[in-house]
Design a protein around this ligand. Sequence first.
Ligand SMILES: [Mn+2]
Length: 326
Amino acid sequence: MTVDFNEEPHYKFIPSKKATIIKAPFSGGQGKGGVEFGPEQLIKHGLLEEFEELGWKYTIADPLAGTDLIAQKNDPTDVYKNCKRPKMVSECCEKIYHAVSDAHAKKTLPVTIGGDHSIGMSTILAFSNAHPDGGIIWVDAHADINTASTTDSGNLHGCPVAFAMGLDEDNWPPHFAWLKQITKKVKPSQITYIGLRDVDKPEKKILKDLGIKAFSMYHVDKYGIAEVVRQAIEHVADGGKKPIHVSYDVDGIDPMYVVATGTPVRGGLTLREGLFLVEEIVNTGCLAGLDIVEVNPSLASTDTHVMDTVNTGLSIARCALGDTLL
Ligand SMILES: [Mn+2]
């Protein structure tokens, strides 16, 4: 194989390198505190400067500004059957959905900074409505495809893919009426996973029944990250012809590099594998949406561990914005 030294990042679906940074300081999809500080930490340590250095113009959207997130998180009445905080998750996700849709309508690159991964239901739904032929690559240790009925923990950050697909709608908490009304849901063929290693039994059944292509760590070990990414792009974007949204849960990367996250699972992607996959997707020119979620600065015992995690998030952003090693 000959090395191509002329690969230049470009963006087929974002005409003039404009981005919308959507702040999603949301933690209601899981029980732990701290993940709401993810956006602020990433910004404090240089996220905005990265956009500038790499030649991007950006605006910042803050759809949850003015929402009393603390009161909502502590509302003991916000439960429905097994689901925790459905009202809070629904209301915030609706606001994020509109912010991301707006970013797509303006032909900008939506970069949504979490927050926990429940907000992924909004970002991938907004993406697939803006780009009905587009594909989604969900990088994660977990499949996040439990339904309202199958979730054991009741934490909705384990359910966003199921909600975006409209799975088990009849059993949804009534708060999600807005989401039910969006008729164009994410199709199982539109999404693929990379990095899975902690998948619940009912989730395994859903993945099989719906024929969702998922690359676990087993596949990364067996075929190598380059082949896995190639096949992922082949599957969701016809090899690099269609828009791609990357929903990046930092727990996809091994906790050796990413300590400060809510649900770490050993045996994950190395830092380089985790960045390489973004570089490869960007090289197709198809990147049209990005989430960086589950950076939780409160869940590390040392500042070094916090900075390792924050820097990983920043590196993911930098790769997505077209930075190259040479
Ligand atoms: Mn996740």
